[in-house]
Design a binder for this molecule. Structure first.
Ligand code: HEC
Length: 115
């Protein structure tokens, strides 16, 4: 029974890490061209803070956030306060302007994907 549980746990762990590693090795967006400097800044920040769990805005360890229709203030709240596995990012980690840029980037990225 114990070994059975262990192998399930191991299977899940390997699955999660393999999934992350594979997705992480891919470029976030092959064709995404940020059109403003703020979006470009947001992209860099997103890659630094969010990409590991939300690769390309799609489901990874975290859920798909490209298609989350929640208004941006709710998304910002989520970043500031965290939820479940998602950590919270305080103002000394991600400033207000930086969070704004991340939001602009997420918006630009999802609109580009749709077209
Ligand atoms: C350690 C992994 C991790 C990191 C880093 C992370 N997230 Fe998350 N995120 C999650 C998980 C897990 C959830 C789902 C939380 C839940 O519902 O319990 C989530 C949920 C979200 C949601 C809500 C999605 C929904 O449909 O409910 C948004 C928006 C979001 N994250 C944005 C971000 C942004 C922006 C960043 C970077 C500043 C970020 N996340 C960094 C793991 C992460």
């Amino acid at each position: 029974m114990k070994t059975y549980l262990k192998s399930i746990a191991r299977f899940i762990c390997i699955g999660v890490f393999a999934g992350c590693a594979l997705r992480r090795s891919e470029p976030l967006v092959g064709t995404f061209e940020p059109k403003t400097t703020e979006v470009a800044k947001g992209q860099v920040l997103y890659n630094e803070y969010c990409q590991k769990c939300h690769p390309g805005g799609e489901g990874g360890l975290g859920p798909d956030i490209n298609w989350n229709p929640a208004p941006s203030f709710i998304k910002k709240f989520q970043v500031r306060h965290g939820l479940g596995v998602m950590p919270s990012f305080k103002k000394n980690e991600i400033s207000k302007d930086e969070l704004e840029a991340i939001g602009k980037y997420m918006k630009a990225y999802k609109h580009q994907k749709r077209s």
